[in-house]
Design a protein around this ligand. Sequence first.
Ligand SMILES: [Ca+2]
Ligand SMILES: [Ca+2]
Length: 169
Amino acid sequence: MAGRHAGREVPPQAVRRLEPQFTLHQAELFQEGSALTNAVADFDNDGDLDIFVGFNNKPSRMYRNDRGTFAEVAAEVGLDATGAIRTSAWGDYDGDGNLDLFIASVSAANSWARLFRNEATAGASPMRPHPPACRSAVASARPHGSTSTTTAVWTSSWPCGTSRTCSSK
Ligand SMILES: [Ca+2]
Ligand SMILES: [Ca+2]
């Protein structure tokens, strides 16, 4: 029987209906609660999808997919940010072939956003801070409960290994 895909007829041999059936995968690794956002992308360009997860006042997690088995590598690659991280998005903003990550934290006490540039090189761990400075573009995020749509954007940098806390201007 022929089917339709994207508005076009497709031959019967091209129609492959799936029978979804799910089981938990690495349940212990992924059990951490209070997640607010996640973003899936092949951040290390090895052909499989990896998962970033932002939490409510816990360090973010970056699950690297190693041929179907995930490992948590957020601290290793420089993505262990802590906040009320409510949004995250991958994209290659500078067109260098490496996916970069934008995240934003929104809470009544402290709201911020950060753009992490992926400075990976072949054979090196992605997202590792590049000496002598770790660069970041920072934008304010709407405070929790606020209806304001005003967003200020500025850039910031800090020496590797020092505090990543940025203040509003
Ligand atoms: Ca990957
Ligand atoms: Ca990039």
